[in-house]
Design a protein around this ligand. Structure first.
Ligand code: DP6
Length: 356
């Protein structure tokens, strides 16, 4: 027999950044908690189909049309094996509409799988494609294996092991990744603070400054930062927790000025830790810095904070704003943006929830 499931999952853009793994604890746990907003899936999402069959002889993976060597030592191979092993351990009998068992859990978990996954946006360009990808993998496996969480957030602990930021893509709205304290990391999970209905006017405008592959992959970059940046250690120890609390309060109150200021400050500090890394990591380029200046100029022109930029491990800007200000902001940005403008695109997204 063969069973197939297909799902899509959204990406998320952090407003309090995750940067740095807790190597002593392991299991892809972070040195600080983080928070993000989940985008809707109209423009940006991952789509994954997984088939499980008694006829398959090996687990296989195709990413954006290209087959990966799942037996090898590549990052995706190792992460896929990890997520698969965890999910197989949670498999339950597959039943039909009448409740009759179609395939036992043991049988299901013994079948090899073929995984086909695509992103609808540039991979590895710092647009959080791994977040959507691994959230989608775990969500689709959960359907395939008829998995129910033993506790709220359990699936996010598995997505976390695929990619840290992926744990936050399992929920819509404003999502916190709590670093937790248990040695087995079963509490290092995503928590939905306010769902997508809480702030429906929120938008994310994405300026694609460079859709190419990023210079330093985040996994590698954060490792060097942990090893060499005293600023990162200070940030994790003293800055993130109070900032996260203020951010949560701002989001709950739909206070854009507070939300926006904290978002920009956190992005700036994250990139400062990159510069403090030895040798330094540069994710922002001249065009990114121009976008930052323009965003501040827009806010100054309007007399208050109506737009807030944030950058992940790449040069592309994500600018949060409210729906009422989006068109004016876009017109302003595109008017002043340095030529050539051909590389500048925009997607606008409302926060939303994972679709299945
Ligand atoms: C800058 O989640 O890609 O986007 O856990 O090694 O897969 P791994 O790292 P990843 O790092 C994301 C870093 C970031 C900030 C964030 O999304 O919080």
């Amino acid at each position: 027999p063969m069973f197939i499931e297909t799902c899509t999952a959204p990406t998320n853009i952090a407003v309090i950044k995750y940067w740095g793994k807790d190597e002593a604890r392991g299991l892809n746990t972070p040195i600080n908690s983080s928070a993000s907003v989940t985008l809707d899936q109209d423009d940006l999402c991952a789509m994954t189909s997984i088939a499980a069959s008694s006829d398959f002889v090996a687990d296989r993976l195709w990413l954006n049309g290209k087959e990966e060597d799942t037996a090898g030592n590549g990052t995706h191979a190792k992460r896929l094996r990890k997520c698969l092993a965890e999910m197989r351990g949670l498999a339950r009998d597959r039943v039909d509409a009448s409740g009759a068992v179609v395939c036992t859990a043991t049988e299901l978990a013994s079948y090899k799988v073929h995984v086909v996954s695509r992103n609808t946006f540039p991979t590895a360009a710092g647009l959080a494609s791994s977040a959507a990808g691994y959230a989608c993998l775990v969500h689709t496996l959960a359907k395939l294996y008829n998995v129910e969480e033993a506790y709220e957030g359990q699936l996010s602990t598995i997505a976390r092991q695929g990619s840290g930021s992926a744990c936050r893509s399992l929920y819509g709205g404003f999502v916190k990744w709590v670093k937790g304290r248990k040695p087995d990391a079963t509490d290092s999970m995503a928590v939905c603070v306010a769902d997508q209905a809480h702030w429906p006017e929120l938008r994310a405008v994405i300026l694609v400054i460079n859709a190419g592959k990023k210079e330093t992959p985040s996994t590698e970059g954060m490792q060097t930062s942990v090893e060499t940046s005293p600023l990162l250690a200070f940030r994790a120890e003293s800055v993130v927790e109070p900032r996260l609390a203020a951010m949560e309060a701002a989001y709950r109150a739909r206070d854009f000025e507070a939300f926006g200021k904290l978002t920009m400050q956190d992005s700036n500090q994250f990139h400062a830790t990159c510069l403090d890394t030895y040798p330094p990591i540069f994710y922002l380029n001249d065009v990114s810095r121009q976008a930052i200046r323009l965003c501040h100029a827009f806010n100054e022109h309007k007399g208050r904070i109506l737009a807030a930029y944030t950058f992940d491990a790449g040069p592309n800007a994500v600018i949060y704003c409210e729906a009422k200000d989006r068109d004016e902001l876009l017109a302003f940005m595109l008017h002043f943006f340095p030529p050539p403008r051909s590389g500048v695109e925009s997607y606008t997204n409302k926060p939303a929830l994972l679709k299945a």
